[in-house]
Design a protein around this ligand. Structure first.
Ligand code: BG6
Length: 487
């Protein structure tokens, strides 16, 4: 790939150190980042190139220790790195920075805004003022893109005043995960699923993104956000879109994004009238996660708060394909295990020839399930009914056809940011959110939050290390269904 410039605003922050620079290092090792490329870290404090390189060396020490190919490449990678001190609020240092970067339309310049959303407009205006916003420039913005429809609109308009939509890359890192990309492969690379992929044959869908971590060092951000904005507005809705969308005509970015947008717009509205029946919010109390005692959310925060650390929602896509099929969503912090999966439960056979569970002559036939495990233990399982071998007649049991990514493909699973960063450099927006998708997602989320605020109910407490408040179990059991547990 031709050499390019990548500038990380927030170059000393957590995202840069934990995700962006390790991802770039891996791509460097794989030969996708060639000589002549410049990677800049930009932040407010003064430091030398050398000092920043040393910080990055520490940040990648673990991955270097795990892989000799990476270890060998670290010095050459660090040589591509530069640090520049810039105060976003002052105009002074920008012209020299602009002169250094240059504005040739033939060289790709990526500006990664790993800073708070309140700074997005400011950075965009500065880039424009110093002539760095033209052809060749791409900007990457991280979520949260606002905290509701109105604030997202302000941000998107500020970006839109300076950049063409094709220059703006809105990251939802879930879209870069290999297993999430595989959803598209599974659905549209196989003839098997599409004829069954509809209300006639699918009973319901579950989407779970469970985390064991708490709010870590991010309590101040998290408390203003909560799980609905932090996880559902983006990651869970994107997963829902990939499961529910119509087949796009091609892999062209807009072909896919048009279909996702239709799903978001078809979501049944949830608000004051029905939020109490269709949503559950929770907040963790002290408990034990993976055998380790952990404090409750309010202890970590140090003040009272009604912010939710868990959400469960019964969603519905109101169109011909999905009418009447519930999509049960749930996500939370400090749950029993780190586990993200999508479970598609098919309808039961219309008639059992194996005996009647009602008269005790057989146990009920379990419905088939397609379980797509996003992380960890990435893979796909198809649960089928089978005869148990041996005497005893037609004894039936549910067993899984099990495809493990690690066993099948071996090797390392690239991190989502590796693919996403290189897609920005290539100018491929397929795995990024278009402005109207972000708007549509907020449009669905806002009334839920408003209804919660109007109800004045506190989030339901749950003990850290469990599966969330019992109301989330009731939400699905009321419908005669249960959350999937891997047997
Ligand atoms: C981020 C959220 O977008 O996703 C975090 O802000 C969350 O709160 C994280 O922990 C989860 O990502 P992953 O890739 O670890 O599942």
């Amino acid at each position: 790939m031709a050499p390019f410039d990548l500038v990380i605003f927030g170059g000393t922050g957590d995202l840069a150190m934990r995700k962006l620079l390790p991802a770039l290092l891996h791509r460097f090792v794989d030969g996708q980042i060639g000589p002549g490329t410049r990677i800049y870290g930009v932040a407010r404090d003064s430091r030398s190139d050398e000092a920043w390189r040393e910080r990055v060396r520490e940040a990648v020490a673990d991955i270097a220790a795990a892989d000799p190919r990476v270890a060998e490449a670290v010095d050459a990678f660090l040589a591509l790195l530069h640090y520049r001190q810039l105060d976003l609020a002052s105009e002074e240092s920008w012209p020299a920075f602009a002169a250094e970067i240059g504005n040739s339309p033939d060289r790709v310049r990526v500006f990664y805004l790993a800073v708070g959303p309140s700074l997005f407009a400011n950075v965009a205006d500065r880039l424009d003022a110093v002539g760095l916003a033209g052809a060749g420039t791409r900007v990457v913005v991280e979520k949260p893109i606002g905290k509701d429809s109105a604030s997202a609109q302000v941000i998107n308009e500020a970006l839109g005043r300076v950049f063409d939509e094709s220059q703006v890359f809105r990251i939802d890192h879930y879209l870069g995960k290999e297993t999430v990309q595989n959803l598209t492969a599974l659905r549209f690379g196989n003839a098997l699923f599409e004829p069954l992929w509809k209300a006639e044959h699918i009973d319901h869908v579950q989407i779970t993104v469970a985390e064991t971590v708490g709010v870590e060092g991010r309590a101040a951000y998290y408390d203003r956000s909560g799980a609905l904005r932090d996880m559902v507005q983006n990651h869970l809705l994107q997963l829902l879109c990939l499961v529910a969308m119509e087949p796009p005509a091609s892999l062209a970015a807009d072909a896919i994004r048009d279909e996702k947008l239709k799903v978001l717009r078809a979501l049944r509205p949830i608000g004051n009238g029905n939020a109490a029946q269709l949503t559950v919010r929770g907040q963790y109390r002290a408990g034990a996660v993976e055998g380790r005692a952990v404090p409750g959310y309010l202890d970590e925060l140090g003040e009272p708060s009604n912010t939710e650390t868990f959400v469960s929602i019964k969603a519905e896509v109101q169109n011909w394909r999905w009418a009447g099929v519930p999509f049960y969503l749930r996500t939370g912090k400090r749950l029993a295990e780190r586990m993200s999966e999508i479970v598609v439960t098919f309808r039961r056979v219309p008639h059992s020839i194996f005996g009647d569970p009602a008269d005790g002559s057989a146990s009920p036939l379990a419905p088939n399930k397609l379980v797509i495990r996003l992380q960890p233990d990435e893979g796909v399982k198809l649960w089928l009914m089978n005869k148990v071998p041996g005497p005893g007649g037609m004894r039936m049991r549910e067993v899984a056809m099990d495809l493990s990514f690690a066993e099948t493909f071996g090797g390392r699973q690239p991190d989502a940011y590796e693919r996403l960063l290189m897609d920005v450099v290539r100018g491929n927006p397929m795995l990024f959110m278009r402005r109207d998708e972000v708007d549509a997602a907020w449009h669905w989320i806002d009334p839920i939050r408003v209804a919660w605020e109007a109800s004045h109910d506190a989030p339901k407490p749950y003990t850290a290390g469990g599966w969330g408040p019992s109301a989330a179990v009731a939400l699905i059991e009321r419908d005669g269904r249960t959350w999937h547990e891997d047997a």
